[in-house]
Design a protein around this ligand. Structure first.
Ligand code: HEM
Length: 131
């Protein structure tokens, strides 16, 4: 599979319907996760919509997030939440599992996770918790 025939990762993975499926599979897993679930209490419909918009533009599709919410400044937007290295891994683990659930082929899954692991680790803003 080659990225060359496509203009973006967004197109390669199947565009809007795929991003929608990712978001819908991902957040219930996040809410059930013991490390990051507590950060996502209550109604997260608005967060899901923002994630749909953000991932669309992050993967090279239309700039839906910036059009509605301005500059992403994602690390800054995550500063109010305590993000440890373990929480970053938990987030990526939920994402990996969502990609499996929606039937994304192995090779694409690897590309998507690699793209997301940079930002996930970049958003870490707290040291590991003592156990
Ligand atoms: C590293 C682990 C991460 C944790 C623990 C985390 C946690 C959170 C939390 C608690 C919120 C706010 C939820 C609320 O408003 O109720 C949030 C918002 C958001 N997160 Fe994350 N996040 C992580 C990584 C990521 C990554 C890697 C991305 C995308 C590449 C991302 C994209 C977003 C977006 C788009 C929002 C909405 C921002 C807004 O309010 O406009 N997050 N995240």
């Amino acid at each position: 599979m080659s990225l060359n025939r496509y203009n973006s990762l967004y197109e390669l993975i199947g565009g809007a319907p795929t991003i929608r499926k990712i978001v819908e599979s991902f957040y219930p897993k996040v809410q059930r996760d013991e490390l990051i679930g507590p950060l996502f209490k209550g109604d997260i419909t608005a967060v899901m919509e923002k994630q749909y918009q953000f991932l669309t533009q992050f993967f090279g599709g239309p700039a839906l997030y910036s059009d509605q919410h301005g500059h992403p400044m994602m690390r800054a937007r995550h500063l109010p939440f305590p993000i440890t290295p373990e929480r970053a891994e938990a987030w990526l683990g939920c994402m990996r599992s969502a990609l499996v659930d929606i039937g994304m082929p192995d090779e694409l899954r690897g590309i998507v996770i690699e793209r997301l692991s940079g930002p996930a680790h970049h958003f870490v803003n707290q040291p590991s918790e003592e156990t």
